[in-house]
Design a protein around this ligand. Structure first.
Ligand code: SAM
Ligand code: SF4
Ligand code: F3S
Length: 459
């Protein structure tokens, strides 16, 4: 956030949009679409200076408690921007907006628009309505797949892109707000997904990440038939697209991680060597209380088969520690599972009770200090596996998609391996967007260093 004094935005066009996005990659995708839809309808250009914007949007996340409190403290900071310029509009979208609806506008009267993840395409109309009436507009409904039909053509912003293939979640894990904030699982038709991917690849995109809360619950209608396409079949349709080099997907759910998806790692070379499969806990008792729909043994069997299909794969997961009643023994089972699966990346969290979820009614039996200790132990273990994974790459040649100049200094470029590891190496900016072979020379703390294969070795 800028510290400059609030001032009037320039009176002439283009109008300026200041947008902050929190939460998951689905929210990042939605934020980009908000900017696209407002650019197409009202000529908005994005700015990173709130003082010159006449529209300020906050795309929110409510997956954990602190994320929600953050919204109201951020809005507190926005009050001066709102008061400084008559007609400056403030909108709040995303999962907090979806959950709070009218209550959000009531609690924060400076907010002019409240919209949900499924109604962001209606922003232009909401903006006109609120400007005309000088009253807040609230629309947090779930109008099925209408959003995607109303969005402008995608605009690539580099060699990688996200494509949302489904919305919502119907799993109702006992700890999670997402099914309440994003509605039930709804898949986009196959042809729409393929068209968006083709439009992006035409603009130079080389790597596409297929997005959804449970991307492997994808069941897209196939044009002119009553058949439904699953994620494995979608990958088969997408892979032959000329110019497309890599496919990723996130997030998948272990219960619907099918044999066909495991086979895809053996059969589909464009599928990246990376899988994020959130397990949450290694204790069957806790998995049952979370209503995850799989056992530890079932999960580990799938992990073994994935490794057989793609031995060099990077495996990543999500963990929650301190779920109500989690004992030392339950936690040790999680640690054993991490060792057996050898996760080299993870997102891990202390359990946070979310209002309206079944687990919020359980007594929180785990002391805060114990939760923090468990999180630290778990994160250190994952870091060890990550270090081992990156060190094992030293001396190998990796295919790297060059994304941008490196932040590590001039003359260096940054790109990602198929296993989702960032590599910095000497090279020219003209390499951006190209797949190059890089010999890995060093495993740094959070990234890798290397040299272009064939380039002279420097001392
Ligand atoms: N759909 C994915 C799955 O279940 O496989 C996860 C999506 S969720 C938005 C991302 C992660 O947030 C979850 O995997 C979980 O680890 C974490 N999370 C969700 N609710 C939480 C809560 N109440 N407390 C702590 N972490 C939570
Ligand atoms: Fe939340 Fe469970 Fe759905 Fe994942 S599968 S989004 S954790 S309810
Ligand atoms: Fe957060 Fe909503 Fe994503 S709660 S994690 S922004 S689905």
């Amino acid at each position: 956030m800028s510290d400059a004094a609030p001032s009037a935005p320039p009176s002439q066009a283009p109008r300026k949009l200041f947008l902050i996005s929190w939460g998951c990659q689905m929210n990042d995708y939605d934020s980009a679409k908000m900017a696209d839809v407002l650019a197409a309808s009202h000529g908005y250009a994005r700015t990173d200076k709130p003082e010159e914007a006449d529209l300020l949007l906050l795309n929110t996340c409510s997956v954990r408690e602190k994320a929600q409190e953050k919204v109201f403290s951020e809005l507190g900071r926005w009050r001066e921007w709102k008061q400084a310029v008559p007609g400056r509009v403030i909108g709040v979208g995303g999962c907090v907006a979806s959950q709070e609806g009218e209550a959000l506008a009531a609690r924060a009267p400076l907010v002019d628009m409240v919209f949900g993840p499924q109604t962001l395409h209606r922003l232009p109309q909401m903006l006109d309505a609120t400007r005309a009436s000088h009253k807040p507009t609230v629309d947090v409904s779930f109008p099925e797949i209408e959003k995607f039909d109303s969005l402008p053509e995608p605009v690539a912003s580099g060699p990688t892109a996200f494509v949302s293939i489904m919305e919502g979640c119907s799993k109702f894990c006992t700890f999670c707000v997402v099914p309440y904030t994003r509605g039930a699982e709804v898949s986009r038709p196959l042809d729409d997904v393929l068209l968006e991917c083709a439009q992006l690849v035409e603009q130079g995109v080389k790597e596409i990440t297929l997005l959804g809360q449970n991307v492997n619950a994808y069941r897209g209608k196939m044009g002119g038939t009553s058949e439904l396409c699953d994620l494995a079949l979608l990958i088969d349709y997408l892979a032959p697209l000329p110019g497309l080099e890599r496919i990723r997907y996130t997030t998948s759910h272990p219960a619907e991680f099918t044999d066909a998806l495991i086979d895809a790692f053996a059969e589909q070379p464009k599928l990246a060597s990376y899988l994020h499969l959130p397990v949450q806990s290694g204790s069957d008792r806790i998995l049952g209380m979370m209503k995850r729909g799989y056992t530890r043994a079932q999960f580990l069997a799938k992990m073994r088969r994935v490794r057989e299909a793609r031995p060099d794969i990077s495996l990543s997961s999500d963990f929650i520690v301190g779920f109500p009643t989690e004992s030392d023994d339950d936690f040790m089972r999680t640690m054993d599972l991490i060792a057996e699966a050898r996760f080299d990346a993870a997102f891990s969290f202390v359990y946070s009770p979310r209002p309206g979820t079944p687990a919020a009614n359980l007594r929180d039996t785990v002391a805060a200090g114990i939760k923090d200790q468990r999180l630290l132990i778990l994160q250190n273990r994952i870091r060890q596996f990550d270090d081992e994974f990156r060190r094992a790459l030293v001396g190998t040649t990796q295919r790297v998609l060059v994304e941008r100049p490196s932040r590590r200094g001039e003359g260096r470029m940054a790109g990602r391996t198929s296993t989702n590891r960032m590599v910095n190496f000497e090279g020219s900016p003209s390499l951006v967007g190209q797949m190059v072979d890089v010999v890995i020379t060093e495993a740094a703390t959070n990234s890798l260093r290397g040299r272009l294969a064939g380039a002279a070795v420097t001392a």
